[in-house]
Design a protein around this ligand. Sequence first.
Ligand SMILES: O=C(O)CCC(=O)C(=O)O
Length: 272
Amino acid sequence: MMKKLEFVSQAEIDAYNNDGAVALRGLLDTDWLERLGGAVEDDIRSPGPFYHGYDSDEGLFHGNLRLWQTHSVFRDICLESHLPHVAREIFGSTKINLHYDQLFVKESRMSQRTRWHNDQPYWPVKGRQVLSIWIALDKTTDENGRLEFVRGSHLWDRWFQPEPFGKTEAISAYEKNPDYEDIPEIEAERDNYDIISWDLEPGDVYVFNGMTLHGAGGNQSHDRRRRGYTVRYTGDDATYDPRMGTSQPLHCEELREGDPMDSSLYPLILGS
Ligand SMILES: O=C(O)CCC(=O)C(=O)O
């Protein structure tokens, strides 16, 4: 028997499956937003070990990952909140593992774009049940850098070579994977792509597939930040795949290629 849906509607699941991205409204309440807001300031003041800011001449862009391992608020939202249940409903899976979490704070007047990319080429994970939940901590519009997605690109099965995001990123170059292709000029040829996006209120989220092409404008606002916090989960079919070009901080010594993700880096949260 089908399990009853508690957090998402069937229409939202269909949109995720067909388009590769969907906006869910009001997923985080004010209590979570306050706790996360405080945790973000903690990380800016005293960044956790995987800080890799994307600052450039164009402004301040604080980035970090694997925050759940060092801050209790990030740990709680990743492991103990309703977010893994949201992922399970969307996948229709029996199990959920945390993949990792990541912070993207574009301060006002930070004109640098988030380049177009799809995520899974950066990640040592194989499978279709791989998603991200990008949480808006601020009102997010075209002006301050909302995310944009190429509709249906998660179904292309095209793996684009990872490139660094900014000059101060810890990784200055990703190993070239001969099976990957260079990313096309999406921004210069926007009219050739079916680009979708939504404005978000604080507490709204984007959910998108690990293979969906996405990017974001800079923050052109003079007084509005754009704090985005992403939590990523995997489901039943995900296996470890440390192929060339993937991000070293996501490699896990406990796992061999083809293993299910279950490990201390990718904890099993729901199911078995
Ligand atoms: O927030 C951004 O600018 C980029 C977010 C992103 O690429 C992601 O969460 O995968």
